[in-house]
Design a protein around this ligand. Structure first.
Ligand code: TXA
Ligand code: MG
Length: 293
């Protein structure tokens, strides 16, 4: 289907109260008209997401925020000017008219303007803010391709807008402005430590000598960069051959999914330097590794 036609069809579905999976620069979202509580309720059902976990509302223009939140403090404004459109979500006091199901009854609303032409076109054409969590079953990895969404939620969503792989690959940073001092809620929300769990257990202690420890097991390796030794005998995913954090983030969830599909006993992951995007990657890896703990 041609891109414009697909966006048109997806927007039509949103306007009629349907749910649509769509690409953003971070991960695929599962969206509905934020002002249609029944449509939003279907998102929770399809994801099997607990109703106490609020959604992010996506806008195509910062000016659209005025009707959604009470007031925008100047430090929030500064961040918006610098980072929107982009992978930054801000939490502010919400306006009364936002349905409770969107915010899980909280007096606050999480908002962002995604930096993806298809997401922006979809929001514009739908003529409403779009409430959207990541388009995965609750507790699993976020999808970074349309294929990931199709595999896990395919027949339960009304439409999947295919925009290819997501360029960033990890979810937006969330900053709350409820107190005078802004608070970083993600990458360290701490609410659902097991949030990114694949089926296969992950341990975060890659080193060549550990391979011996697991020699009776069918293991896979999730490596940050090209290893020194030849490890062709293993199932190996390399996040970035040149050790680039952006490339690693963009590949992270798809690489874990590929390893998870191999029915391995264990995935051994190499820790990543915790600078810049490395912090977000390690946050996701730690949560993926906390399975069963
Ligand atoms: O990059 C992203 O943020 C993606 C794309 C689709 O935009 N969305 C995403 O949504 O990751 P989700 O629902 O998977 O994660 C949103 C997180 C949840 O942990 C939720 O608890 C938190 O945002 N959240 C939402 N509203 C909030 C609020 N009012 N206060 C605090 N946390 C909130
Ligand atoms: Mg999610």
């Amino acid at each position: 289907m041609k891109k414009d036609k697909a966006i048109h069809q997806a927007a039509d579905i949103i306007q009629r109260g349907g749910i649509v999976a769509f690409p953003t620069e971070t991960v695929y979202g599962l969206g509905a008209d934020a002002f249609n509580p029944l449509a939003v309720a279907r998102i929770f059902e399809v994801k099997r997401r607990p109703y106490f976990d609020p959604l992010i509302v996506h806008v195509a223009n910062p000016s659209k925020m005025r009707k959604l939140v009470k007031e925008i403090p100047s430090n929030a404004r500064k961040l918006i000017e610098k980072f929107w459109p982009g992978p930054l979500t801000i939490v502010l006091l919400k306006e009364e008219n936002i349905p409770d199901i969107v915010t899980a009854g909280l007096p606050t609303l999480a908002i962002r303007m995604p930096n993806h032409p298809m997401a922006l076109a979809l929001i514009e054409e739908s003529k409403c803010p779009i409430a959207a969590p990541s388009a995965n079953p609750f507790g699993y990895l976020s999808p970074t391709t349309a294929e990931h969404v199709r595999d896990q939620l395919g027949d339960q969503v009304d439409f999947i807008l295919d925009g290819g792989p997501c360029p960033v690959g990890v979810e937006s940073t969330i900053v709350s402005f409820l107190e005078e001092k802004p608070m970083l809620l993600r990458p360290a929300p701490g609410m659902f430590p097991k949030h990114y769990a694949p089926r296969t257990p992950i341990v975060l202690d890659w080193s060549e000598k550990n391979l011996d420890l697991y020699k009776d097991k069918n293991i896979g390796l999730l490596l940050f960069q090209e290893p020194k030794d030849n490890l062709k005998s293993q199932s190996v995913e390399i996040l970035s051959t040149k050790g680039d954090l952006r490339e690693a983030a963009a590949n992270l969830f798809a690489a874990i999914r590929r390893l998870d599909a191999l029915n391995l006993d264990l995935i051994i992951a190499e820790p990543i330097p915790e600078v810049g995007l490395g912090r977000a990657i390690m946050d996701r890896l730690r949560r993926a590794a906390s399975r069963g703990k």
